[in-house]
Design a protein around this ligand. Structure first.
Ligand code: ACM
Length: 262
C-alpha cells in the first residue's frame, strides 16, 4: 500500500479554508492512506473554551465531506485531527474517513498542558479500525509519551500507528522510532509547522513529520518547516512478524506476571 504523511500549517480559525487547502494537498497524490495533523482544521491555541466551541464540529459535519469524497474517489483512508463537539463538551479527536463512507473517531487520551483547560480527556480505550485488511491505530500527539497507548494499539494488532500531531517538545520524532521498534509496527507521525501566538503564548511546531518501519528505520523525515506530503510504498504485513530473534517474540515474551502497570 501507499501511505502518506501530510505536514500542514493551518490558518487559525479558518475551518473552511483549511479543509479546502488540505483537500488540495492530497488531491494530486496517489496513496491509500493519508494521515493529517492534530487540530488541522482549527489551529491549536484557543483563547477560551467558547472560542474552541465555535471552531468545533461533530464528526458528521459537512466540513469533512470533500475529504470523505476524496477517500471514496481514491479508495483511500483519510485521517484528520479536529476539535470534536459532543453533548458533554469538546474532545481533541481524530476522524478516520474510510473509502466505504465509514467515519470513526479517536479521542486523545493524554492531553498536553493548556489543552486540559479546553478539552475533555478521551473516554474510550484505544481501538483498531480495519480498512481493506490493514489494521490502523489512531493516536494523537502527546499520547506518544505514554508508551501504553502505542502498546495497547499494538496488542490489538495495529499494523500502522497513525499519529496526528502538533508537536512542540523536541523528543517525539526520535521517540516514535522506539515506539515502532518496541511494538514492531509502522508509525506515521504527521505534524504541523509554523508558529502560533495566541492566548498569551507562543508555540513553534516542530515539523519533521515521519514514517518509520517496524524495525525502526526512518523511511523519510520531513523538514522542520514547510507543508509537504511524504508518500511511500509500505507492506503492512511486515508489522505482523514479532519475532526479534529465533528465541524472542515481542508479544509472547512479555512478563505480565512481573510488570507493575499501576
Ligand atoms: C501536543 O500534544 N499537542 C503537544
Amino acid at each position: 500500500m501507499r501511505a502518506a504523511a501530510v505536514q500542514f500549517e493551518p490558518v487559525f480559525g479558518d475551518i473552511e479554508g483549511n479543509a479546502r487547502r488540505l483537500a488540495g494537498l492530497i488531491e494530486p497524490v496517489d496513496a491509500d492512506l493519508f494521515v493529517m495533523p492534530e487540530l488541522a482544521l482549527s489551529g491549536y491555541l484557543f483563547e477560551s473554551t467558547e472560542e474552541a466551541e465555535g471552531l468545533s464540529q461533530p464528526p458528521e459535519s459537512g466540513v469533512f465531506d470533500r475529504l470523505a469524497a476524496i477517500a471514496g474517489e481514491k479508495d483511500a483512508t483519510v485521517i484528520i485531527g479536529f476539535a470534536e463537539r459532543a453533548d458533554e463538551g469538546l474532545y481533541n479527536s481524530s476522524l478516520l474517513m474510510a473509502p466505504d463512507g465509514r467515519r470513526e473517531v479517536y479521542r486523545k487520551i493524554q492531553l498536553f498542558n493548556t489543552e486540559k483547560e479546553v478539552f475533555l480527556p478521551g473516554n474510550r480505550p484505544p481501538a483498531i479500525v480495519e480498512v481493506a485488511g490493514v489494521k490502523l491505530g489512531m493516536m494523537i500527539c502527546f499520547d506518544w509519551i505514554f508508551p501504553e497507548v502505542a502498546r495497547s494499539l499494538a496488542l490489538l494488532g495495529a499494523d500502522i500507528l497513525c499519529h496526528s500531531a502538533n508537536l512542540v517538545l523536541p523528543y517525539c520524532q526520535d521517540a516514535m522510532v522506539t515506539r515502532s521498534i518496541e511494538n514492531r509496527v509502522f508509525s506515521i507521525t504527521s505534524n504541523r509547522v509554523g508558529t502560533e501566538k495566541r492566548a498569551g503564548l507562543e508555540l513553534t511546531f516542530t515539523g519533521q513529520s515521519e514514517m518509520v518501519s517496524p524495525r525502526g528505520r526512518i523511511i523519510e523525515r520531513a523538514a522542520v518547516t514547510g507543508e509537504t506530503v511524504l508518500v511511500h510504498e509500505i507492506d503492512p504485513t511486515e508489522a505482523r512478524d514479532k519475532q526479534i530473534t529465533p528465541r524472542n517474540d515481542i508479544r509472547g515474551d512479555r512478563r505480565t506476571d512481573l510488570y507493575r502497570l499501576d
